[in-house]
Design a protein around this ligand. Structure first.
Ligand SMILES: Cc1ncc(COP(=O)(O)O)c(C=O)c1O
Length: 474
């Protein structure tokens, strides 16, 4: 390696760190003030060329200036979730302290497949699991943190599989087994069926109403039919809330039905379980304590950087069933140590809990609840504006921070409008299918998204719709 005095000295990251923090601060300020596009549409190959990434992998050491310019360019190309016009996907605007937690983890680098590799990281996880369990109302449950809600859903449903088919770990799942879920469920549910060898054809759709919410009486009938047809039910999945619409299934009624049929109920609360921290919106989750397992993402509505999710079980013993036979768990325990990797798909695991723990510790849960309520309230405000205008179709009143709407145009134009908004330097929205149509989807993740931003959004959508319609016809 060439002796280069400007190469960052790994033992003294301070000076480079200060420079990087300055760039981050500028990035945050310009994002918050909407001084750059929220998102720049680029194929990753184009971004790779523009960032000149290839030259950094030429085998040479690159000096601090080069590294800094790389980071500046990286930030310059980033999607700006801190911009109030960011309303696209379910990604939190993280509190800076969450990122600092990440830094502390990265420096200590205590991946803890065993407790001795990171007793403090495991303790943070334990404290958070207790916190999540208490919010659900479970005094004797168990759980673990996972890198994301998809992994939480997989872990929960593997726990359900072990309960329904105790020898599934060794012998697999009976071919006639089924998983019951509404079709609006997050794709990770169907993917879990594929991964666990159940097969996606074994996912039976639970009938839903016109809003995509489970109809409890129909769930009852499906469960009765399954029994009659000798099709054992691995689990029932309910949404709290559904990804596309942000609407909650009627949990309390679903719990009753599942109890009657002795079926495992998994509640996918990746997006909406966070409403449990709000006095105002907790009622949407009434009955959640009757579930057998719950998944819950902190990186969606708890101001935490990705990834930080939890899978939670009503009974603590379930925690060890997802990945390991009873026998091996006991031998781990006999050694006087509970081994975290026995509960988790992951072996090395980051100290992901610090991302959330520091947010709760530094802000207090009241502030996080206030932010969540503000985002839910903004969604209601947007809905009222849409209802008051003749220019839009609106399919339902929001329950969370997600609003679907569309100008009266052909489905094909929805994506064009979305792209036109982005390219014109306006808001960044997502889109979703619902009730046989394509909709613009505003997911208000930023407590800084105010009424003025929403008014501009609606004016921009109408302007884009007109431009796109003209482009089509001429
Ligand atoms: C309801 C629901 N479940 C699961 C997931 C997957 O979570 P993650 O992106 O953390 O894997 C999502 C993500 O949007 C979701 O909305």
């Amino acid at each position: 390696m060439s002796p280069n005095s400007n190469v960052p000295d790994p033992s003294k990251p301070g000076a480079l760190g200060v420079e990087i923090l300055e760039r981050i601060e500028r990035f945050l300020q310009s994002s918050r003030a909407s001084l750059a596009p929220v998102v720049q549409l680029k194929h990753p190959r184009q971004a790779l060329d523009e960032l000149k990434l290839g030259k950094f992998l030429d085998g040479n050491a690159h000096d601090s200036d080069a590294i800094l310019s790389l980071i500046e360019n990286y930030l310059g190309a980033a999607t700006r979730v801190h911009d109030p016009r960011f309303m696209a996907h379910q990604v939190a605007v993280p509190h800076p302290i969450s990122a600092l937690g990440d830094l502390v983890h990265s420096v200590t680098n205590n991946g803890y497949g065993t407790y001795e590799m990171g007793p403090q990281a495991a303790a943070v996880e334990l404290a958070l699991v207790d916190w999540f369990l208490a919010k659900i109302g479970w005094s004797e449950g168990g759980g673990l943190l996972t890198h994301g809600g998809s992994l939480a859903n997989l872990t929960a449903l593997l726990g359900a599989r072990a309960q329904a088919f105790p020898d599934a770990w060794q012998r697999g799942v009976p071919p006639e087994a089924v998983l019951l879920a509404p079709t609006v469920s997050h794709y990770s549910v169907e993917r879990t069926a594929g991964i666990m060898g159940l097969g996606t054809d074994s996912v039976v759709a639970i009938p839903v109403d016109s809003l995509g919410k489970v109809i409890p009486e129909q769930l009852d009938s499906v469960l009765a039919r399954m029994r009659k047809e000798h099709r054992p039910v691995l689990a029932v999945v309910a949404n709290a809330c559904a990804t596309a619409t942000g609407l909650y299934d009627p949990l309390a009624e679903i719990v009753e039905v599942c109890r009657r049929h002795q079926a495992w109920l998994h509640i996918d609360g990746c997006h909406g379980a966070s409403a449990l921290i709000s006095d105002k919106y907790r009622h949407y989750l009434k009955g959640i304590e009757g579930a057998d397992s719950v998944s819950w993402d902190a990186h969606k509505l708890l101001g935490t950087s990705a990834l930080c999710a939890a899978v939670l079980f009503r009974e603590e013993k379930s925690v060890y069933r997802s990945f390991h036979q009873e026998e091996s768990y006991l031998s781990g325990n006999a050694a006087g140590e509970e081994l975290p990797f026995l509960r988790s798909l992951e072996c090395t695991k980051s100290g992901l809990g610090l991302r959330l723990f520091l947010v709760l510790a530094s802000q207090g849960v009241g502030k996080i609840a206030q932010d969540l309520e503000y985002m839910f309230q903004s969604a209601r405000q947007l809905h009222s504006m849409l209802e008051a205008s003749d220019d839009y179709e609106v399919p339902f009143a929001p329950q969370t921070n997600i609003v679907l709407f569309r100008p009266p145009v052909a489905d094909e134009l929805i994506e064009e409008i979305r792209l036109d908004l982005i390219q014109g330097g306006g808001a960044y929205l997502s889109a979703a299918n619902f009730a046989g149509k394509r909709w613009l989807r505003a997911c208000i993740m930023n407590p800084a998204t105010d009424a003025l931003t929403l008014e501009r959004l609606l004016a921009d959508v109408i302007a884009s719709a007109s431009v796109c319609a003209k482009r089509r016809c001429c």
